[in-house]
Design a protein around this ligand. Structure first.
Ligand SMILES: Nc1ncnc2c1ncn2[C@@H]1O[C@H](COP(=O)(O)OP(=O)(O)OP(=O)(O)O)[C@@H](O)[C@H]1O
Length: 234
């Protein structure tokens, strides 16, 4: 895999404390790491350890109590809300446990959607969406609606949709959490393949230690802090 040294996403001294009245709940404490172009990283931790909170901060969807997140060298905190969403849309793709495809649109139309929102002409968007559906092995399902696809196929459509804007980084939250083990394996293999093919950095939040192992690099959140582990033979 060709890797460059460029840092895509950087967490610097991130802490998050949720304050409700007099009750302060510290969730994250002094989180530091960088994700480079083409790198893969799993974030694991027990339920309630702060994985989703961290993912929100990394996407610039919430403000940390302390510290900063840099996406392509730009600090989210230094930007307006509109600039933050522009930066996010330009460089990040999202894959969730539930696919969030629009029921009334075909697979092709769902994949095209981010480009249509970005006002890319329909023909161009359609061509790109067809290419990506082929890349995820679903060229023959382009005209199917989500209800006519299996769970694994829907998740592959969601991955194609996340990739269509050519993001530097995919943030995935339990991407295989809703799938049977065979579909989960296929979806993981696909993400690893796309990561190599497009050099897209891949950050996956998961409970699944097997999945984390296959990603190679792992950060474990324990008591709001990082315990790092590198699995060379993953
Ligand atoms: N807006 C909020 N206000 C107060 N507490 C919150 C808020 N959001 C999350 N928390 C608390 O922060 C802690 C971490 O939550 P988070 O959802 O990040 O954990 P998680 O590791 O993603 O959990 P899971 O694996 O169960 O999804 C939990 O104790 C949760 O109750």
């Amino acid at each position: 895999m060709s890797k460059s040294d460029s840092v895509i996403l950087q967490a610097q001294g991130l802490s998050q404390v949720f304050q409700e009245g007099l009750l302060a709940t510290p969730v994250l404490h002094d989180i530091n790491f960088s994700l480079h172009a083409g790198e893969r990283l799993a974030i694991v931790g027990a339920s309630g350890s702060g994985k989703s909170t961290l993912l929100h901060l990394l996407a610039g969807l919430a403000q940390p109590s302390e510290g900063e997140v840099f996406l392509q060298g730009q600090a989210f905190a230094s930007l307006s809300e509109a600039q933050r969403s522009q930066l996010r849309n330009q460089h990040l793709g999202f894959v969730y446990q539930f696919h969030y495809l629009l029921a009334e649109l075909t697979a092709l139309e769902n994949v095209m959607l981010p480009l249509r929102i970005a006002r890319v002409p329909a023909k161009q968007a359609q061509h790109k969406a067809q290419e990506l559906l082929a890349a995820v092995g679903l060229a023959a399902r382009a005209d199917h609606k989500p209800s006519e696809l299996s769970g694994g196929e829907r998740q592959r459509v969601a991955i194609a949709r996340a990739l269509i804007t050519e993001p530097a980084c995919i943030l995935a939250d339990e991407p295989t959490g809703n799938l049977d083990s065979k579909s989960a394996e296929q979806v993981l293999a696909l993400m690893l393949n796309l990561n190599e093919q497009f050099n897209t950095a891949l950050l996956v939040v998961t409970h699944d230690l097997q999945l984390a192992k296959q990603l190679g690099n792992k950060i474990e959140l324990v008591d709001g802090q990082i315990q790092r582990d590198n699995d060379a033979n993953a």
